[in-house]
Design a protein around this ligand. Structure first.
Ligand code: DX5
Ligand code: ZN
Length: 214
């Protein structure tokens, strides 16, 4: 497997000092910046939206990896693409039909950015198989989406193996409870992009934290 893409989740950063925390992650060797967008409907929490993403774009030097945990994601593809998303990930569970999934994937790509789809812990891996050839990235959640700092669900990580068997090219990202130990499990199953919030931002040594995941 090629390079491991590390994407620190700024959900665990200091929102009053976001620029500072973004630069700290970049200097530590982060490859992407993970932005968790929550709407209070698809998940119980409300976090970051379009204007904050656009402001982040002005100070960041690495790609913005935007994780939409929202209902009706198709309505927000254009605003987030224009705000500077480089990878835009919607949730499988937020979509009404397979046809709509194929549509949103092409729509995201029409902005010249990467299209990702995420599956929640209870969604079986097989539900996403038919979309793998169209997607740039598949995000396997290893916690119930909504909050940072939750415990890694090891049984969810097993799904990575099944997806990797079906497609050797796609980026497989994993998100939720990732640290030095759990990252090893995910990489051994074939994940090549790791999101980490608490492990990176609550660490005393951000340089070590980022490097330990690679
Ligand atoms: C959870 C978010 C994650 C979260 C990860 O719903 O999608 O990106 O920030 O945080 P940690 O790494 O602390 O589990
Ligand atoms: Zn996320």
């Amino acid at each position: 497997m090629n390079k491991i893409i590390i994407s620190p989740s700024i959900l665990s950063a200091d929102f009053a000092n976001l620029e500072h925390d973004i630069i700290r992650a970049e200097n530590a060797g982060a490859d992407w910046l993970h932005i968790d967008v929550m709407d209070g409907h698809f998940v119980p929490n409300i976090t970051i939206g379009v204007p904050v993403t656009a402001s982040i774009k002005k100070v960041a030097h690495i790609p913005l990896d935007v994780h939409l945990m929202i209902e009706n994601p198709e309505k927000y593809v254009e605003p987030f693409a224009k705000a500077g998303a480089d990878i835009l990930t919607f949730h499988y569970e937020a979509m009404k039909s397979e046809e709509d999934i194929f549509k949103i994937i092409s729509y995201i790509k029409s902005f010249g950015i990467k299209a990702g789809m995420s599956i929640k812990p209870k969604t079986p891996a097989k539900n996403c198989f038919k979309f793998l050839n169209e997607l740039d990235m598949l995000l396997v959640m290893t916690v119930e989406p909504g909050f940072g700092g939750q415990k890694f669900m090891a049984d969810c990580a097993e799904k990575i193996k099944l997806i990797r068997e079906k497609n050797s090219e796609i980026i497989i990202q994993v998100d939720g409870g990732i640290n030095e130990e759990t990252s090893k499990i995910c990489k051994s199953f074939g994940a090549n992009s790791l999101v980490a919030g608490n492990y990176i931002y609550k660490s005393d040594d951000i340089n070590y934290a980022v490097k330990s995941l690679k």
